[in-house]
Design a protein around this ligand. Sequence first.
Ligand code: 4AD
Ligand code: MG
Length: 483
Amino acid sequence: MLHNKRVKIKEIVQSDDERQQVVVMGWVRTKRESKNVSFITLNDGSCIQNIQVVCYSDEFSEDFLKRVSTGACIEVTGAIIPSQGTEQKYDFRAKYIEIFGESDANVYPLQPKKHSLEFLREVMHLRHRTNTFSAIVRVRHEMIYGVHSFFHQRGFVNIHTPIISASDAEGAGELFTVSTLNLQNIPKNEKGEVDFTQDFFKKKANLSVSGQLEGELMAMGMGEIYTFGPTFRAENSNTTRHLAEFWMVEPEMAFYDLEDNMNLAESLLKYLLKNALQNCKDDLEFLHKRHQEEEQTKKQEERASMGLLEKIQFVLQNPFIRTTYSEAYEILKNCSHNKKKKFKFPIEDWGVDFQSEHERYLVEKHFQSPVIVTQYPKHIKAFYMRQNDDDKTVAAMDILFPGIGEMVGGSQREERLEKLLQRMKELKMDEKALWWYLDTRRFGTNIHSGFGLGFERFMQFVTGMGNIRDVIPFPRTPGSVDF
Ligand code: 4AD
Ligand code: MG
């Protein structure tokens, strides 16, 4: 029973007690040696703070301490006593050290110096042993917990929607096929197409791009549900905001119209941000400083106008601005940025899909606030969104965030069978394949709504990290599936 006697560093840091005998286990961050004494900084992942272990040379031999190098895993038994130095209140005076696992400092990739984020992506199996990544992982945990507690408090039921699916909810066709067919010898039908009837599921299957369709089935009966699972998109976009595997929070609610939907999304985001400030204080302060240092390396005009903590406070304290697609389109079309041809994709005709440069112009330059854009043109949105009377727009909503662009996508759903069928026909979708989805409109249909929050994009906002690869422990992106 090794762990029974272990005290976590977090507990030591939080209490003000002197203690005669404490056992701490963790990984060595650095070691500093002077004539009579060595200092080992130890971290166990429980908090951002390290503990400073003091070893006197009359109690530990030089040869032994040599083996306690950066990266090693050790157990220290010792006493917590008031520090003689000025850096921290308490020292941890070692009486006995057991080395669990040595680490050859000559080859250990994490040297006691600042490493670039790019380098740390090459050693993803170790990067959570740095301050930055351990802080991100702890904040991520707190936010996951927050998602569940938010919905639980409101009586939502959590659903595990399937990861393997035969449908493409978003219709964007960015699917990873799931198959057990022999790639060396793929069966074909008379038309020369792959014969999926011989495959495991007897039809073409893929990794799910969204749990929404099953979420809708469950909402029509359970009332308010949410799913929070991994989703997969094979879009070949190597950007700082796209992953091939990402986590999405998707609530789906019967009896909610578009406005109820927006209100829920705004409450969720604010609830999570409030939790982050309350429960991740030390980690956020560290990430705030890291963000500030990073901004200093940028050109003046590219620097963020607010620090991480100010930005979070700002979003918490101000209502999100709500605007329609048409209003946003007018703003973009008439702004001097567009007139001076500074957008890569100029805004000309009504109906164009906004690119991330447009979304960021709206939130960062024009409104300087998170913005909820509603009533998008129907031809740029998915088939399930509720059609408005103008016959041109749908009851969609996207939430755009500074520095990120689109963070949430959702809508009121088309609950009218005829309208839904007509839209599917226009899009040449196979009605038969979605018979079960259409049944909800046949049996007890009603107004309902939902949205999807891209969890990693949200994590980028809370942690101030510029690249989405740095807010999930093991990112999957085009060409990269290691670890
Ligand atoms: O806007 P999207 O495609 O919406 C849906 O999938 C709906 N079925 C959700 C729903 O209504 N239940 O995706 C939702 C969010 C986006 O706003 C974005 O934050 C995130 O998911 N997202 C991605 N995040 C990381 N990498 C990607 N490749 C992403 N694609 C979308
Ligand atoms: Mg979207």
